[in-house]
Design a binder for this molecule. Structure first.
Ligand code: TMP
Ligand code: MG
Length: 289
């Protein structure tokens, strides 16, 4: 057993099953593994010293790139829709159209702000975005072992790329599926590109990217990292999947949501701001432990 699986933050409904998946994956070898991870509140911290950390959208919301009026509108959207996002009493079918509303309204507001591409890096630099402790090991180890990392995010691709670039870990094995900004010829935001990715349509997003999963067809063993129940469908495009180990961060509303997380994630990390457990799993899978 991996010692970190006894950490106080770790909860598992079926530890025996976790053990079986791990053994099966280690036997298949790390050259059959791919990692699929959500970004906001999975690779980034949920809170630091008692204060909430920003999502990709919040990095812009809090930046100098948008007006105070716009900030107030985005805050109102957050206050309205975030409680719905994490409400366990509502079924996903009921939440889905509301999440589409949130993303659509937020993107409309952002587009009105004439955000300049060349100022995004500064907005990220000046933000309080923080990758979880242990990120360096995660990114570097995956790179060293040539294990592909797909970051699948309903956040903003341009922003999250900048976060990992500034952290020095945007290695060649990293691929991103997200909402990307579309700029006009003078470098001003005019729209968002392609199909919208929101918190509950990652399955559709995965199925639009069959080429990526086709390339990775020799890697049928998946390590999935997420923090929302919507993240569970990120691997739906994986071809001929053999094993999947799902690790979920339960950041907020712990008591209300714990049972549903235990029912759907193999390993649930309760208010754990580090990547210690995913890293231990990874080291185990690559024979470094
Ligand atoms: P994720 O799939 O990478 O975790 O990104 C989705 C998160 O972004 C989700 O938790 C909600 C959050 N969000 C904001 O914080 N502000 C916004 O305006 C929108 C549309 C989403
Ligand atoms: Mg998330």
């Amino acid at each position: 057993m991996i010692p970190e699986l006894s950490n106080p933050s770790v909860c598992m409904k079926d530890p025996q099953r976790v053990q079986e998946i791990l053994q099966s994956m280690v036997k298949a070898g790390s050259n059959t593994v791919q990692v699929i991870s959500d970004f906001d509140m999975t690779l980034t911290r949920f809170a630091y010293k008692g204060k909430r950390c920003p999502t990709c959208h919040n990095i812009l919301d809090n930046s100098k790139l948008i007006s105070n009026d716009c900030k107030a509108q985005l805050k109102e959207l957050l206050d309205t829709y975030y409680p719905i996002e994490i409400d366990t009493a509502r079924p996903i079918e009921e939440k889905l159209p509301l999440m589409v509303q949130w993303w659509t309204k937020a993107h409309e507001i952002l587009v009105q702000q004439k955000i300049r591409k060349d100022l995004l890096a500064t907005a990220v630099q000046e933000s309080e975005a923080m990758l979880r402790e242990g990120y360096q090991l995660l990114f570097d180890h995956l790179h060293e072992h040539s294990i592909p990392l797909l970051i699948f995010s309903a956040g903003i691709g341009d922003i999250l790329e900048e976060v990992i670039r500034q952290a020095g870990v945007f290695h060649s094995n990293v691929k991103v599926f997200s909402n990307y900004m579309d700029f006009d010829e003078s470098g001003v935001l005019k729209a968002f590109k392609g199909e919208l990715i929101h918190i509950y349509n990652k399955r559709e997003g995965a199925l639009l990217n069959t080429g990526h999963f086709q390339e990775l067809r020799t890697r049928p063993n998946v390590l999935l990292l997420g923090d929302s129940l919507g993240d569970l469908t990120m691997a739906d495009g994986v071809q001929d999947m053999e094993n999947i180990l799902k690790i979920g961060f339960l950041n907020d509303k712990v008591e209300e949501r714990k049972q549903s997380y235990l029912d759907s994630y193999d390993i649930v990390l309760v208010q754990d701001e580090t990547l210690e457990v995913p890293n231990a799993v990874l080291l185990y899978l690559t024979g470094n432990k």
